[in-house]
Design a protein around this ligand. Sequence first.
Ligand SMILES: Nc1ncnc2c1ncn2[C@@H]1O[C@H](COP(=O)(O)OP(=O)(O)OP(=O)(O)O)[C@@H](O)[C@H]1O
Length: 274
Amino acid sequence: MSPDATHPETVPLLDIHEASVQRGERLIMDRLSLRLAAGQHTAILGANGSGKSTLIRLIARQLYPLAREDGPPAIRIFGRDRWNVTELRSLIGIVSPAVQGDYTNEESPLEVFDAVVSGFFAARGLWVEHEVTESMRQRASEALDQVQASQLIGRDMASLSTGEARRVLIARALVHRPRALLLDEPCAGLDPASRRRFLESLRQLAQHGVTLLLVTHHVEEILPEIDHVVVLRNGQLLRRGSKANVLTDEVLTAAFDMPMRVEQRDGYFHARVG
Ligand SMILES: Nc1ncnc2c1ncn2[C@@H]1O[C@H](COP(=O)(O)OP(=O)(O)OP(=O)(O)O)[C@@H](O)[C@H]1O
C-alpha cells in the first residue's frame, strides 16, 4: 500500500498488525497490534525484557516479523510496508545508546559538526565523495542550535559527556527535518540535573513539530507533551491510552510485577515501589 501523498497527516506513523517475532525457539513478540497516529507523541514503557528494543528494531527494519500468509502487512510505517532504510531514517530519526557508542568511539575520531552534517549522507563522518552544500551546513547549524549544542562544534565526539553526545546525535537526526524522532532510553547515563535539562530541550522539539516516540522504563521521563502511553509486558501490549488512564498503580504494578505507586507533580509522573 502507498502512503496518501495528499494527506500525509491522516496516515498512521506506525501500524502494527499482529506482529510476532521469534528468536531461536522463543516467541519474543507475540501478536502485537499497535497503531500510532501521525503527530501523536508517544511513550513506550515497559520493564526490562518487555520487548521495547524488539519493537524499536522492528521499526528500524533491523528485525522482521514472522511471515504469514494472509491479512494486512504486519508492519506499516507511514502507510508503507516496504522501505529503503536510508529513506526511512530521514523520516524517523533514531537515537539510542547503541548508536551513541558507535559515534563516540575513541579509536575513530569524529568532529561534532562533521558528525551532524554527515547525517545527510547516512555516513559516519565526511569523506572525499561527500559534497557538502551551503544549505546542508546551514541546516546542520540550525539543528545544533535546536538542541543547544552549537558550543560543541570543533570538539571530538569521544571527548563529550554522555548528555552532550546525545544532543549532537539528535541534531544529526534533525538535519533531515524528520517527522518523528525515536529516542531509546534518552536519559540513560544522565545525572538528575542533566536529565531535567535534557528533557526540557526535548519538550522544545515536541512543541515545534517533531513527533516524539520515547522508549523508556522510567515513568519520570514521560514529558508533559506526551499524552499517549503504550505499556509492553512479555512481548505483548499490556495497555495503551492517555497518561491518566495508563499511568496508574494498577497498570504499573502489572507492568513491573511489583506493587507500584504513581504520583503526578509539575506535569510529570513519578513511580515508586510500594
Ligand atoms: N536474540 C535473542 N535470542 C533470544 N531471546 C532474545 C533475543 N533478543 C531478545 N530476546 C529476548 O526477548 C525479550 C525482549 O527483549 P528486548 O530486548 O526487546 O526487551 P527490552 O524491553 O528492550 O529490555 P531492556 O529494558 O532490558 O532493554 C527478552 O526476554 C530477551 O531476553
